[in-house]
Design a binder for this molecule. Structure first.
Ligand code: HEC
Length: 457
């Protein structure tokens, strides 16, 4: 009996070592470690990229990398063997074990196996929550008929007028969703966030169907809040790396980043002409940069505390945050001379802050979120207090307020002309109001929640 086990073990082990070399598990780690530094999208020496399967199959200037089944006739092997191998340039030659592995891989037909499933824990969305999860972001369709709320890894589509319709749940690959927003034409929903210390992600859904289009991942940490470009072709999002990231909807188009803050960028918005970005974040700064050149135009303000939200109309940038202030910055004055005088950190502004600051009334508490209507005429501001204030952008005057809301409110949104307002609270409620008169249209916890005492032990 014992003998049989040993026999089985030995034959099994033998079988395993004779198995095909896996491109993704064995070959790719070698390329990644020794080669992609010079053979990738950023640098493709000899016209060769080794950072994706299609490129490896294609080869470089000289031609294909390998002759399937014939390692000795393959350029890849010729470049890495010999007394002084050509590759990797200026680095220690590959170990004989690695060379043997690449040889075996080609001898076996240079096959590309399926990429391994992610080893990280998949996102888990409970059918029923034990506690109502905090709403992290809300959005309203331009016509104000659909409200969207985000909590943890899912977004919920809520019909504002049809109170009998069951809210629809859409899942994403993000562990934590930080921002949801309709494109200006209302035909697309962007859901962004990511996985802390792993990746940033934006998922696009076709609206009103709620059909998944695709997800774009970027960087090594979650995205924060941001805003759609006025033409709806990209969304700009704050990053934990201090950059504003411009993520095109087109999955083939490059993601551009403007690296300009020394800490998390918590919010980004486009100017209505799509030419500039306003950013604010944990480094307490409010900055304006050019979408065209991807460079800073001017740091318009340095607050005494964190900037949590930014907004813009055609005339002014607005930022608000923990300093309990809401400040407008007149573009014409603030940027006068800056663009012509050369952009970037070296630009010398010709105007002082007090010449372009346009103050709003003081805020009762820390500003947690702001939202503009699609037409940029109205601004809704949520603080830690149970009141949402609505300002007219043109004269910065408060025009209405919605009181007795379930504070603290994490997120607010307005529809295209500021008729309806949606909010999401930390204790998991979503409410939709008519702004004029403050009538409550809907109030709900958008996900199923089982009271704690009835959860099966
Ligand atoms: C430090 C930079 C550097 C590293 C690292 C490097 N290469 Fe290169 N590679 C080059 C340069 C430069 C060329 C083009 C000039 C030449 O052929 O010497 C090149 C060319 C090549 C070519 C020929 C492409 C063609 O079609 O002409 C192959 C094949 C190649 N490299 C494979 C590799 C492999 C495999 C590794 C990793 C084991 C590697 N390289 C690592 C710089 C590098």
């Amino acid at each position: 009996m014992k003998r049989l086990c040993i026999l089985l073990f030995v034959s099994c082990a033998g079988f395993v070592s004779a198995a095909d070399v896996s491109y993704h598990r064995e070959v790719w780690p070698i390329f990644k470690r020794h080669c992609v530094g010079c053979h990738s999208a950023q640098k493709s020496k000899g016209g060769l990229r080794l950072d994706n399967v299609a490129a490896v199959q294609k080869g470089g200037e000289t031609g294909p990398l390998f002759v399937s089944g014939k390692p000795d006739q393959s350029l890849l092997i010729k470049q890495i063997i010999g007394d002084e191998p050509e590759m990797p340039v200026k680095e220690a030659p590959l170990s004989s074990a690695k060379v043997a592995l690449l040889r075996d891989w080609i001898a076996q037909g240079a096959k590309f196996d399926a990429p391994p499933a992610s080893t990280a824990a998949a996102v888990v969305i409970p059918a029923v929550y034990a506690f109502a999860p905090a709403i992290t972001s809300v959005a309203l369709s331009p016509d104000g008929k659909i409200a969207v709320a985000a909590c943890r890894s899912e977004v919920i589509l809520i019909s504002v007028d049809d109170t009998n319709a069951t809210p629809r749940r859409l899942s994403t690959e993000s562990d934590l969703i930080t921002h949801v927003e309709f494109s200006p034409d209302g035909l697309r929903l962007a859901v962004s966030g990511g996985s802390p210390q792993r990746f940033g992600a934006v998922t696009f859904f076709k609206m009103p169907e709620g059909k998944l289009e695709h997800t774009r991942r970027h960087g090594k940490d979650t995205f924060f809040r941001g805003g759609f470009a006025p033409d709806g072709k990209a969304i700009a999002l704050g990053g934990a790396d201090g950059a504003a990231h411009i993520v095109p909807v087109d999955a083939a188009a490059k993601i551009n980043s403007i690296d300009l803050h020394s800490d998390w960028v918590l919010d980004v918005t486009y100017t209505p002409d799509g030419k500039q970005l306003v950013t604010g974040g944990r480094d307490k700064a409010t900055k304006v940069s050019s979408v065209d050149t991807l460079r800073l135009l001017r740091m318009v303000d340095q607050s005494t505390d964190i900037i949590s939200a930014v907004a813009s109309d055609a005339l002014a940038a607005i930022s608000g945050g923990h300093a309990r202030t809401l400040t407008g910055y007149d573009y014409k004055v603030a940027l006068a001379g800056v663009e012509v005088g050369g952009s970037g950190n070296g630009a010398v502004p010709v105007n002082r802050r007090d010449q372009y600051v346009r103050a709003f009334e003081a805020q009762a508490d820390v500003v947690l979120d702001m939202a503009t209507s699609g037409d940029r005429k109205w601004l809704a501001v949520a603080t830690r207090q149970p009141e949402i204030r609505i300002y007219q952008m043109s004269d910065r005057q408060r025009k209405s307020a919605i009181s007795k809301v379930p504070a603290p409110i994490n997120a607010v949104a307005l529809d295209n002309n500021g008729t309806r307002l949606a909010l999401g609270s930390r204790d998991g409620q979503v409410q939709i109001y008519e702004v004029a008169g403050g009538k409550l249209l809907r109030s709900l916890v958008p996900v199923p929640v089982t009271p704690v005492n009835t959860v099966a032990k």
